[in-house]
Design a protein around this ligand. Structure first.
Ligand SMILES: Cc1ncc(COP(=O)(O)O)c(C=O)c1O
Length: 304
């Protein structure tokens, strides 16, 4: 048998579909010559855009000789990164410890455990992700493993400079005019912006953030002191504030009207993309569908 002819699971990360929305944009958007395209990152093998940075952070650290199979890795994660890291750790032979606030959805925790990761749940009341990040660093300094630190690791945006950005450029034949993404670590928006602006500096990059008091899993409007180190303000042209309720109802519409079953932050990015579309003409607007709706079933958001 020639094993070289068959891909491993690792080689199925990336190269996700880009699809055109047919109904939600509406006649006004069509009449202005706009097209809205969804990049389906839920099609990655562990189910989210985070498969890309997880693979990138581990592969590049290995290539630099910083880690090797058998080592223990530690990460604070809001969920999707944990699932992706757990998959890559399983694929490449690492032990994985994941630290997450205890108010995140059950499906996420179960998926990490399925891939063999060890979970540490921190009380959300102690400060959510900020507390989890501090604990990860404390464990590293006690010699318990190596923190990859997706918030500061250049190999996170690099996954999108090398993968997502070039894919979008090719898939739109260089016609993309606007890129919209929800922001968590900001790795997606930083990396894609870097690549697209290197091809065409006129491409507009818009970040979707939860409005004051809104909770949208996976994304944050970071307090100044906790802004991710990989974040560079100059790569973003505008921001849209998204209410939790409008993101949730758009997630239901995206599934029911377009057949795209995405998560809440993905729908938030679509809300932002529609606002952009209302202001422009002859635009090719891409938004990221970060993950799949299945991951949110236990929250009840799709039951109404
Ligand atoms: C559901 C969800 N949406 C959006 C994002 C944002 O992606 P990024 O960290 O690249 O900004 C994340 C990140 O963890 C996420 O889990």
């Amino acid at each position: 048998m020639n094993t070289a002819t068959y891909p491993t699971i690792e080689q199925t990360v990336g190269n996700t579909p880009l699809v055109r929305l047919q109904r939600i944009p509406g006649a006004d958007s069509d009449a202005r010559g706009n097209v809205i395209l969804a990049k389906l990152e839920g099609n990655n093998p562990a189910g989210s855009v985070k498969d890309r940075p997880a693979l990138s952070m581990i592969r590049h650290a290995e290539a630099r000789g910083e880690i090797r199979p058998g080592d223990t890795l530690i990460e604070a994660t809001s969920g999707n990164t944990g699932i992706a890291l757990a998959m890559v750790a399983a694929m490449r032979g690492y032990r994985m410890i994941l630290i997450m606030p205890d108010n995140l959805s059950l499906e996420r925790r179960a998926a990490m455990t399925a891939y063999g990761a060890q979970l540490i749940l921190t009380p959300a009341s102690k400060g959510g992700m900020e507390y989890a990040r501090d604990l990860a660093l404390a464990m590293q300094s006690e010699g318990k493993g190596k923190v990859l630190d997706q918030f500061a690791n250049p190999d996170n945006p690099r996954a999108h400079i090398e993968g997502t950005g070039p894919e979008l450029w090719t898939q739109t034949g260089g016609r993309i005019t606007h890129f919209v993404s929800a922001m968590g670590t900001t790795g997606t928006i930083m990396g894609v912006s870097t690549y697209l602006k290197s091809q065409n500096p006129a491409v507009q990059v818009i970040g979707a953030q939860p409005a004051e008091g809104s909770q949208i899993p996976g994304i944050r409007k970071w307090p100044e002191a906790y802004l991710p180190a990989i974040f560079d303000r100059s790569r973003i042209d505008g921001y849209e504030s998204i209410e939790q309720t409008e993101a949730e109802s758009m997630a239901r519409r995206l599934a029911a009207e377009e057949g795209i079953f995405g998560g809440i932050s993905s729908a938030g990015a679509l809300v932002a993309a529609l606002r952009v579309s209302a202001r422009v003409e002859n635009a090719t607007i891409v938004f990221i569908v970060c993950d799949r709706g299945d991951r949110y079933l236990s929250t009840g958001v799709f039951n109404t």
